[in-house]
Design a protein around this ligand. Structure first.
Ligand code: PGA
Length: 267
C-alpha cells in the first residue's frame, strides 16, 4: 500500500488549471460550456475521488464562477495581495476573492517570483492572510535550471516551503496545498521524469510531516510543469504526486478534461 492510500490520510487528487494571462470572461464561459459536459458523467466522483479547479485571470472569475455553479468544479485565483484592503492600485484582496466564493488562491507562482520579484516574505504574508479563511493556498515552489544543476533543488524548495511554514500556524496546515513546479519545466515542454518529481515530492512530504505532524501526511502535493494528457498518468501514479497544476494544456477544454480524468484513473 502506498502512502497515498493509507486510510486516515487519503489524499483526493486535485487537478488545477492555471490559465495565466489567457482567456477573457467570454472565452471562459465558452470553455465551461464545452468542459462541463465532459465532467458530467463523473459528477458522482467529483469531490470524493478527484477534485478539479480552474484559476482564470481576475476579470473572468465572476463569470466563470457563475458558469461552474452546481458543477462541483472549484474556482481558484492566481494571486492576491497580502494586505486586507487599502491604497494598493491594481491589486486584489482576500475579501474580494471570498466574495466570489473562490476555493483556492495560488501563491508564490514562479512567474510571480521571477517576473514580479516576489520574495519569500511577501509570499509568507499572503499565506498568513489566507490562514483560517475559506480560500485555501496553493503554495508554488520550485528550482531554476541553474539551481538544479548546482544540486540545490532540495535546499531551494525546502527554504521556499519553510518561509511559509515558519510564518503560519495550525490554521494554515489543514488547508495548505503545495505545488512543486520546476521552473525549467514550465511552459518549455520539458517535464521532470516521474522519478525526479517523486524524489522532490517525497522530500517535501518529509518536511511537511516533520513540521505539521500527521496533518502533513494528508497535505496534497501537486506537480506542475508541462503536464499534458500524454504524461499525466505516469506522473500522477507516483506515491507522493497528488495532482497537477496545469498551464498550457488547461486552455483547451478537451485536453484539460483528459487530464482531469487521468487523475480519476490513478486515484
Ligand atoms: P505549463 O505551466 O503547464 O504551461 O508548463 C504550469 C504552471 O506554470 O503552472
Amino acid at each position: 500500500m502506498t502512502d497515498k492510500m493509507t486510510d486516515s490520510t487519503r489524499r483526493v487528487p486535485l487537478i488545477v488549471a492555471n490559465w495565466k494571462m489567457n482567456l477573457t470572461a467570454s472565452e471562459a464561459a465558452a470553455f465551461a460550456a464545452r468542459f462541463l459536459p465532459r465532467m458530467q458523467p463523473h459528477v458522482e466522483d467529483l469531490g470524493t475521488r478527484f477534485e478539479v479547479a480552474i484559476a482564470p485571470a481576475y476579470p473572468a472569475l465572476e463569470r466563470l464562477g457563475q458558469a461552474l455553479k452546481d458543477s462541483k468544479i472549484q474556482l481558484a485565483a492566481q494571486n492576491l495581495h497580502c494586505e486586507e484592503s487599502g491604497a494598493f492600485t491594481g491589486e486584489v484582496s482576500l475579501a474580494m476573492l471570498e466574495d466570489l466564493e473562490c476555493d483556492f488562491a495560488l501563491i508564490g507562482h514562479s512567474e510571480r517570483r521571477q517576473i514580479f520579484g516576489e520574495l519569500d516574505d511577501v509570499i509568507a504574508a499572503k499565506a498568513r492572510r489566507l490562514e483560517g479563511s475559506s480560500v485555501c493556498p496553493i503554495l508554488c515552489v520550485g528550482e531554476t535550471l541553474d539551481q538544479r544543476e548546482r544540486d540545490a533543488t532540495l535546499a531551494v524548495v525546502g527554504s521556499q516551503l519553510s518561509a511559509v511554514l515558519d510564518a503560519t500556524g495550525d490554521g494554515l496546515a489543514s488547508q495548505l496545498v503545495v505545488a512543486y513546479e520546476p521552473v525549467w519545466a514550465i511552459g518549455t515542454g520539458r517535464t521532470a521524469t516521474p522519478e525526479m518529481a517523486q524524489a522532490v515530492h517525497a522530500a517535501i512530504r518529509k518536511t511537511l510531516v516533520s513540521r505539521l505532524g500527521e496533518v502533513g501526511h494528508g497535505t496534497r502535493i501537486l506537480y506542475g510543469g508541462s503536464v499534458k494528457p500524454s504524461n499525466a498518468r505516469e506522473l500522477l501514479s507516483q506515491p507522493d504526486v497528488d495532482g497537477a497544476l496545469v498551464g498550457g494544456a488547461s486552455l483547451d477544454p478537451d485536453s484539460f478534461a483528459k487530464l482531469a480524468l487521468a487523475s480519476l484513473e490513478t486515484s
